[in-house]
Design a protein around this ligand. Sequence first.
Ligand SMILES: Cc1cc2nc3c(=O)[nH]c(=O)nc-3n(C[C@H](O)[C@H](O)[C@H](O)COP(=O)(O)OP(=O)(O)OC[C@H]3O[C@@H](n4cnc5c(N)ncnc54)[C@H](O)[C@@H]3O)c2cc1C
Length: 414
Amino acid sequence: MDGKTVVIVGAGITGVSAAEWMRRDGWAVTLVDPIHPGDPGQTSYGNAGLIARTSVMPVATPSLVRKAPMMALDPDAPLFLRWRYLPRLMPWLIPFLRNATPDRIRTISGALGQMTFDATDQHLALARGTKAEAFICFGDYISLFRSRADYDHDTLGHEIRTRFDLVPEPLTREQLVERDPNLGPDYTFGTLSRDFGWFSSPAGYVQALFDDYHSQGGGFRQARVAGISPGEMPVVTLEDGETLTADKVVLSSGAWSRRFAATMGLNMPLEAERGYHVAMENPSFTAPHPYMVTDSKFVMTPMQGALRAAGVVEFSGVDGPETTAPAQMIAGAVKRVYPGLTFETSKTWMGRRPTTPDSLPALGEAPGAPNVLHAYGGQHVGMTIGPKLGRLVAELAARRTPNIDLTPYRPDRF
Ligand SMILES: Cc1cc2nc3c(=O)[nH]c(=O)nc-3n(C[C@H](O)[C@H](O)[C@H](O)COP(=O)(O)OP(=O)(O)OC[C@H]3O[C@@H](n4cnc5c(N)ncnc54)[C@H](O)[C@@H]3O)c2cc1C
């Protein structure tokens, strides 16, 4: 692709991955973002850092839909809604609810599994030999349940995990405590997945990937994109009016992508599924590996200098103000997992998961908007699938046929 140019809008894990794969392919790449890769303003900064290679379940499930109305009213539940935002949530919420049927979930899980199953290898293909590699940790991953019945209750999840050969090993309370004596008494059952990957610092990882790309000649413009015009030679307009013309444009601005899609005539009901983290710095002890705390819907991950608890869902729009209740809920729930934990300081953070109604990313060109490639919608697994999305973008841009069926991810499917 020597001599060909691409402008990539948004430099989170997806944009940086696409930039590096296209640079390796010989494109002259300009990555554009008003903030630097690894900045707290990115969702890629503050996530739980899991390489969630076993995640095949979409966000919308019948049990979530049943519980959601009560959860939104309960301040101790991991779902928060700014009620005034509800009318604006509808274009996303209605198709989201339609996807929460067993049949749709069976179909979606196949397409999601196609994205997640080789995630660890995809990360290594990008990071190997760079400083980013040192941020990848390997070990076990345990989901904590209050009771075995809570786990058994999820019959559809079990059916799907069986289909993909992803059934984890059960652990009794005794086995859990043998591995981690600090665990609080509420958790009496666990499930274990082995050979899991996570990041000791997701921000450090993204920044290291970017630094390597930049040091090899990859371009970066610190600027906010105001508009994208598709065409034979698509044009990206920056906020100050400057224009960048290229052979291809990649739209990878995460939860902020919807507005650009709309200006290109595309109905993309992308929602910012906001989440929070509490980072407990210099803790008195840390977790031996990541835990999914299933009753409170957050992940606790041992990271550099901190134990991070990250999760929950808040609907308040991409630009809505940060609130205090979700982080307070997480901090309270951490005390149930680790009653004896003390730490020097704690920091909270809010990020925006880019989530489509069917939990699948948008990937590829949309009809009527030539040479603009969509690449966003990683929802709860966006850190996991960012490198694969980036690699597939490079395949599509070079007009190579990827070895997977991309139909489920078509940007014009809504
Ligand atoms: C609490 C929480 C926990 C999570 N845990 C996990 C996990 O354990 N594992 C996992 O796989 N995923 C996890 N995720 C999801 C994951 O973090 C996201 O899906 C992923 O980071 C999205 O990456 P992205 O590159 O698409 O978007 P982002 O990282 O948000 O990057 C988008 C970029 O676009 C830029 N941008 C916006 N507007 C413009 C503009 N006008 N011009 C130019 N640039 C622009 C932004 O500045 C930003 O840098 C979690 C998310 C949250 C919130």
